[in-house]
Design a protein around this ligand. Sequence first.
Ligand SMILES: [Zn+2]
Length: 347
Amino acid sequence: MRVEGYRLHRWGGELVWETFEIPDPGPDEALIRVEACGIGLTVLNCLRGDLADERATLPRVPGHEIVGRVVAVGNGVTGLAPGQRVMVYFYLACGVCLPCRSGRDSLCQNLAGWVGVHRDGGYAPYAVLPARNLLPLPESIPAPLATAIPDAIATPLHVCKTRAQVRPGDRVVVIGAGGGVGIHMVQMARLFGASVVGLEAHETKFDLIREAGGIPVLSHDFSRLDLRGIWGGERPTVIIDLVGTPASLTWAMNTLGPGGRMVVLTTFRDVTFPADPRQMVFRELTLLGSRYASKAELMEAAEMVAQGVIRPVVTQVVPPQRVEEVHHALRAGELKGRGAVVWDAER
Ligand SMILES: [Zn+2]
C-alpha cells in the first residue's frame, strides 16, 4: 500500500512529507490504521537521534504514542483481529525474557529499540508493528485523547504506583508539571492521595496545573525556590524530576524531607549530579530511577481514562499538515500538556 506521511532521512534533520510503501505484515506482525499519534518532547528527542542514531535505521517514520485499529495480521498472530482498537507499547520488548515475563517490560534484556526509532511509527496513516506491541484500547475514548495513554499517562502511573508508591499524606513535587507527562503526573499523584506542588517555568501553564489539582510554583531559578510556606514548613516526601538538569536534580536532593523519595526519569547524555551520602543517610533518602511503564500499566492507564478518574490533557490536535506547528510550540516550551496529529479526519 502506498501512503503519504512523514519520514526522517537523517537523525537531527528535517521531517520530509513524501509518498512511500507500507509493507504487508510479516509473521507475528500486524498492520494498523493510525487514528492519531501523540506529539511530545520524546518525539523531538527521537528525531534528534538521542535514543539511537544508527544510519541503518533510516528512513524512519517517527511517532510512538499511537492509537489505531487493526487492518490485517500476519502469520502466527493470535489474539488480534481486524477492526480491533489498539494502542501501541513504545518499547520493542521481546516478551520472553525474565523482566518481560515478570511484567517489567521496559527492562527487557533483548530490547530491539523503540517504535518510531527502530520501527516505523505513527507520523503516517498506517503502520506495521510487532503484534505483541499492540494492546487493547476501549472504544469509548476519542483517539486524540487516547494518544496520551501509552506514555504521558502510563509513565506517571508507573512512577506513582510502582516506583514511588505515592500514598495519602505524601507531599509530592513535580518538576516540569505543565508538560505532557508532568500534567498527568500531577493528576496521578493526586489520585493516589498526595498533596501536589507543580513546578513550572512558564506561568501560562499555571491554570492547567491548578485544574489538575496541583499548586503551581514558578521555577525558573532553583537557587531561589522556597516551598516552606506551602505545607506549613514541612518538606516534600516525594520529588519527581521531569527536567533532569544538574540544577533541578541537586535542588531535589537538597529539598526532600526525612524518608523522602526522589524519582528520576528524564536523562541527557553526560548530565550527572552529586549525591551527598551524608544527606542520604541522615534523612534516609531513596533515589529511584523510573523507566517508562509496563504493558499492564498501559492497560490500567486506559481503564483510568475510560472511568474518568484521569483526564487526558491534549491541547493541540492538528491535521498532518500542521505537525511542525506543534513541534515549534514544544521547542519553545509553550505547548500545554500534549499535542496530537489526527489521521482519521482525512478518511
Ligand atoms: Zn524481554
